[in-house]
Design a protein around this ligand. Structure first.
Ligand code: COA
Length: 386
């Protein structure tokens, strides 16, 4: 297998983007990534596009062909990849495997979602849950994660304030990110007293409904400096599955697919969790951010809440978590999120993250989760090649 490097990245602003269509968003992101890689559109040999549910949000399927046409890149192979909120992470993984195997040399991985065109996004999002055993019984994603939060508080004595603090830090970082949907700071008090969505979670524990797209160009590592002076190396790309249905799991306080995908990723990269300098983790709800930092091995199980409270995941700590603002503040256009996480890590490792820049990071890790963990995708990046 060949080593793979990132030579171009981009992200549109995330938010309620009334003036941009689905196709505008992904073409804007793709063109900017191609420009960032000092390439021309014709250089791209294949595209993998993460999109969860264009059919339910905008009535559009057959996304690969649509995007190839509107980016002017027909007839290159363009493949849509779907794994709920992990669609972007898996699209990147397909692109990495395509280059690593020697099948292609210049591949785009993109992600896109246009969620704000429907009046109520909840039924479309709920399509990522088990229809018979969860969604049709009235269970929504906020309520599934609320059950996980209640159980975490019960098993480990995690406090409501500690869970809220993850969202507070997300907004703090998002306030420094011009591409974030929310750039306002919030407090623990504000989170606790906001509109209740599913007890104990309030609206300020939830990622929002968002429009947006992001794109990445990958090439063989040996050729990366032909395109850029600062390639970022993909040291691991892994994926694992778990039951779709939350009630079939052994534990509600841990996500097995995260643990398995991340252990494989650490092995592949030859590092341990303590080597990671900056991470972008999947905080679709604040409790999921807390569970992620435990399952990734950054902190012991049950100690995540205390770590957040003690400032151990802040931008100036040993492991900066979600400097972009995370899903909570940057926004969560489902299919775009896994790509946007790696775009942020690339900016951080290149030293191009502006006011939210973490001090001199070498290793970055992304965790992108589908549903309540039915799918997990992990990528480890580094600034140095070895
Ligand atoms: N965080 C902060 N503010 C939010 C917000 C969020 N998650 N969601 C909405 N708001 C703000 C809006 O900007 C709006 O502010 P304004 O009045 O100043 O313009 C206000 O709250 C009301 O917005 P509205 O769109 O009416 O909220 P809503 O009640 O329809 O939606 C949620 C709120 C929490 C239900 C929705 O954001 C949601 O479903 N989030 C979860 C998404 C999800 O499940 N993703 C997949 C995860 S697996």
């Amino acid at each position: 297998m060949r080593d793979v490097a990132i030579v171009g990245v981009s992200q549109t602003k995330f938010g309620e983007l009334w003036d941009k269509s689905f196709r505008d968003l992904v073409v804007d992101a793709g063109m900017e990534a191609i420009h960032d890689a000092n390439m021309q559109g014709e250089d791209i040999e294949a595209m993998y596009i993460g999109n969860m549910t264009g059919g339910l949000f905008i009535g559009q399927e057959h996304i690969g062909s649509l995007i190839a046409e509107h980016s002017g890149l027909t007839p290159i192979p363009a493949t849509r990849v779907e794994a709920a909120c992990a669609s972007g992470g898996l699209a990147l993984r397909q692109a990495v495997m395509a280059v690593a195997s020697g099948y292609y040399d210049k591949v785009m991985a993109a992600g896109v979602e246009k969620m704000t065109d429907v009046e109520d996004a909840t039924p479309a999002i709920a399509a990522a849950a088990d229809q018979e055993w969860e969604a049709q019984q009235g269970v929504t994603f906020p309520s599934l994660y609320a059950m996980m939060a209640n159980r975490h508080m019960y098993e480990y004595g995690t406090t409501r304030e500690q869970i809220a603090a993850f969202a507070v830090q997300g907004h703090e970082n998002g306030s420094l990110n011009p591409k974030a949907q929310f750039q306002n700071k919030i407090s623990v008090d504000k989170v606790l007293n906001a509109t209740k969505v599913a007890s104990p979670l309030t609206i300020l524990d939830c990622s929002p409904v968002s429009d947006g797209a992001a794109a990445i160009i990958v090439v063989p590592a040996d050729e990366a400096t032909k395109y850029t002076d600062n390639p970022i190396y993909i040291r691991a790309s892994t994926q694992a599955s778990d039951t779709l249905n939350l009630s079939s799991r052994k534990s509600l306080t841990s996500i097995e697919s995260t643990k398995i995908a991340s252990r494989k990723a650490y092995d592949m990269a030859g590092i341990t969790p303590s080597d990671v300098d900056v991470a972008e983790v999947h905080d679709c709800f604040s409790i999921n951010g807390l569970i992620a930092i435990e399952d990734l091995g950054f902190f012991e199980k049950g100690k995540g809440g205390q770590a957040i409270e003690d400032g151990l995941i802040a931008r100036d700590s040993d492991i900066a978590v979600n400097p972009s603002g995370g899903l909570k503040a940057r926004g969560h256009p489902l299919g775009a999120t896994g790509i946007a996480q790696v775009v942020e890590l690339t900016w951080q490792l290149r030293g191009e993250a502006g006011k939210r820049q973490v001090d001199n990071p070498n290793y970055g890790l992304s965790l992108n989760i589908g549903g309540t963990g039915g799918t997990a995708a992990v990528h480890i990046l580094s600034r140095d090649r070895s």
